[in-house]
Design a protein around this ligand. Structure first.
Ligand code: NAD
Ligand code: SAH
Length: 420
């Protein structure tokens, strides 16, 4: 035998490096962008403070920005999602990481402050926590910030509100709103990794079970599709009549949460809203019902109400699974403390998905650094050509060819003179 498998004890750094290398293999577009940055050094002298999930995929993004010359400080965008071995490996690559899995709220915010101590020129955010701190507690740094990028839906909603109130002090690029991000990350990424998290946490059989998906936006659609694919009966709850109809025409049962609460075996919230599952709903649930959130914070499921209803708590009955016992003996199982189940109980989206989101993120940073002198404070879309370029590079990496418009077709699509 030419090779042998030796059992070796490995340090966190080695495991982290290996995870980052594995993620890199699934991220050909971002890797190519990183190689270009290494040649062109567009970020020489630039300081970037990032607040993102500290995962192997984020590490590949940090590597690409660092290769372009940036000095980087990274804090986590969620108290539970940090991959500690990856954080350790990143430190070794010269990136200042302020993150650890399972920290309390105070430590989470302290880490964001520590990343901001870099006095950044550019900020990267995922959920608007860092931008919020900058505009409330670290206003002394605002003049130095020339732009930012926001990764997720809820963050963009908050930024648009800040901009509408005239509170936002620098331009921010809405990476979330690209076609590639919404379709691949929010839909396919959240669809797969949410089910992955639920299965790792509980190992339950999904076929034949009733799964209630709250919210039929990009994420909810992905979760519903994947649950259906695993053989679950899927019920969708919505507040938007058009989305509710869409879900209905796709064959899902659509109900109000009050009715769905009594029949669901598994509940997944993906709305970006608060109080989607309340005390009233919790009180009506079946024994053994499982509660998971893949939307934003731990307020989509009213965790405080669950604590109030319960007479006993059995923490850790499974990894990332806490059992709450109600007065009549029914047990409700809360996954990942009501925080993002896909990034807590699983590893977040696969590298192939983050390749697209983070390629847009990297190109948006490059765009900001060339455009920043001209951009007024506000929320900006990623330029369409960046979005299309990311999709094109992804197709090329997968060896997929598509058709191109002929000159006649191009002309036809832009003319109104030809009738039927
Ligand atoms: P979206 O706007 O496309 O969808 C949200 C949907 O929830 C909308 O259709 C809205 O009508 C519906 N909704 C709002 N309040 C509701 C309620 N009370 N009951 C039922 N439905 C309700 O947004 P999205 O892109 O799907 O993102 C949803 C959330 O997930 C956001 O908070 C976003 O930041 C987050 N997100 C998470 C991940 C992840 O990895 N877990 C990935 C991307 C986005
Ligand atoms: N900070 C908020 C927002 C989360 S939204 C919170 O934790 O509640 C989730 C975002 O995580 C998505 O927009 C997605 O792009 C990102 N994400 C998903 N998988 C990831 C991964 N493997 N690495 C880094 N970020 C990831």
């Amino acid at each position: 035998m030419a090779v042998s498998r030796r059992a070796v004890r490995e340090s966190g750094v080695v495991v982290g490096e290996r995870r980052i290398a594995w993620a890199g293999r699934g991220m050909p577009v971002l890797t190519a962008i990183g190689e270009r940055f290494a040649r062109e050094r567009p970020f020489d002298g630039l300081r970037i403070a990032a607040c993102l999930h500290v995962t192997a995929e984020t590490a590949v993004l940090m590597g690409a920005l660092k290769a372009g010359g940036a000095e980087i400080a990274l804090a986590a965008s969620n108290p539970l999602s940090t991959q500690d071995d990856v954080a350790e490996a990143l430190q070794g690559y010269g990136i200042a990481v302020h993150a650890r899995a399972g920290v309390d709220r105070a430590t989470y915010y302290r880490h964001i402050h520590q990343a901001l101590d870099l006095a950044p020129d550019i900020v990267l955010d995922d959920g608007c926590d860092l931008v919020n701190i900058l505009h409330t507690e670290r206003t002394d740094l605002l003049d130095g910030v020339s732009g930012g990028c926001e990764e997720t839906t809820t963050g963009i909603i908050r930024l648009r509100q800040m901009a509408a109130e005239g509170a936002l002090r620098f331009p921010v690029v809405a990476v979330n709103d690209t076609r590639t991000k919404r379709m691949f990350d929010n839909r396919y990424g959240t669809g797969q990794s949410t089910l992955d998290g639920i299965m790792r946490a509980t190992n339950v059989m999904l076929a034949g079970r009733t799964v209630v998906v709250a919210g039929f936006g990009y994420c909810g659609r992905g979760v519903a599709e994947r649950a259906k694919g695993l053989g679950a009966r899927v019920i969708v709850t919505e507040i938007d009549p058009v989305k509710a109809l869409d879900a209905s025409l796709q064959g899902y049962e659509v109900r109000a949460m009050g009715a769905a609460a009594t029949v669901g075996d598994l509940f997944v919230t993906v709305t970006g809203n608060r109080d989607v599952i309340t005390a009233e709903h919790l009180a009506a649930m079946k024994d053994g019902a499982i509660l998971a959130n893949a939307g934003h914070f731990d307020i989509e499921i009213d965790v405080r109400a669950l604590e109030g209803l319960a007479v006993a708590l059995n923490p850790g009955v499974r990894p990332n699974t806490d059992e709450y016992v109600l007065a009549d003996g029914r047990r409700l199982l809360l996954l990942a403390e009501g925080r993002l189940v896909n990034l807590t109980a699983a590893e977040g989206h696969p590298a192939a998905v983050m390749d697209m989101s983070f390629s847009a993120q990297a190109l948006a940073v490059a765009w900001l650094t060339t455009e920043r002198v001209r951009l007024a404070p506000g929320v900006y879309d990623v330029p369409e050509d960046i979005d299309v370029e990311v999709a094109r590079l992804k197709l090329a990496a997968a060896g997929i060819e598509i058709d191109r418009l002929t000159a006649e077709q191009e002309d036809y699509l832009h003319s109104w003179r030809t009738g039927s």
